[in-house]
Design a binder for this molecule. Structure first.
Ligand SMILES: [Zn+2]
Length: 266
């Protein structure tokens, strides 16, 4: 996932997974003088929730002496996630979950931030549980091109899209949480007020139940996905990237998803 001289942007939300990752990468980075770390935090603008997480993220960065770069939806898009959700509820045409709106805007924000700090890679705290849930969600939705694309190390498809890696992709969420507790890392443990993905919740409970009854299920699914992806070959292969007619960011159509979404909402 990494080279010895990488500048790594760690996506730090203030939750247990991203903070455990930050602490572990900081420990490893100290032994690799050519590599460097910078924490990147996205402030989506969620009143009464993000403020606490932001504070915890900053405290951890200060403790580890890692620079932190904060980018907010408000400064980037002129609209907070609270406002996005309020707007979307007035418009019934696009039936997207809050997580789907947030996901598109967050992905862009992270990429813009990683570019601003000159990072070679973006490391996120996605665990084995997240990876397996996402893979099964893509199967349950029949979205095979996303199944191929959403993997622990993304392809370098465009020079303005920073490559993403998930160092915890084989670490169960329980172990990431345990690490945070054992190391006495202070993290935010209240869930996001908008967390609303019904399908993910169902798949999470199913997987946890399967894991309890058949130990090793999550690893087995992850390993199966690792072998299935290359066998699916060119499905969903992104070709012909162009610049968005509005913002100039890489887009697969005339306008990017972010601009499409913002135009619809505002
Ligand atoms: Zn655009």
């Amino acid at each position: 996932m990494f080279n010895f001289n990488d500048k790594i942007a760690v996506a730090v939300s203030g939750g247990k997974d991203s903070l455990s990752l930050l602490h572990i990468l900081a420990k490893m980075e100290r032994q690799r003088p050519k590599a460097s770390l910078v924490a990147v935090t996205v402030d989506e603008g969620i009143k009464g929730y993000r403020d606490e997480a932001l504070k915890l993220a900053t405290e951890n960065c200060e403790e580890l002496k890692i620079p932190q770069y904060v980018v907010s939806f408000k400064e980037l898009y002129g609209i907070t996630l609270d406002e996005v959700i309020a707007q979307s509820r007035l418009k019934p045409k696009w039936e997207l979950t809050s997580c789907a709106y947030c996901g598109v805007l967050r992905r862009r924000a992270l990429n813009v931030a990683a570019r601003a700090v000159g990072a070679d890679k973006i490391a996120t705290g996605h665990t084995l549980d997240d990876e397996v849930q996402t893979a099964l969600m893509n199967i349950f939705r029949g979205d095979i091109s996303r199944l191929v694309k959403e993997k622990p190390v993304t392809e370098k498809v465009h020079q303005r899209l920073v490559q993403k890696v998930k160092p915890f992709c084989e670490i169960p969420e329980k172990e990431s949480a345990l690490y945070a507790y054992v190391k006495k890392i202070s993290f935010q443990d209240t869930p996001c007020p908008y967390a609303s993905e019904a399908l993910r919740n169902d798949i999470r409970s199913m997987l946890n139940q399967m894991e309890n009854r058949h130990a090793g299920t999550k690893f087995t699914v992850a390993k199966a996905m690792e072998r299935i992806r290359p066998a699916l070959g060119g499905i969903g292969k992104r070709e012909g990237f162009r610049e968005c007619g509005e913002c100039g960011e890489p887009a697969s159509a005339e306008f990017c998803k972010v601009c499409e979404m913002l135009r619809y909402l505002t």
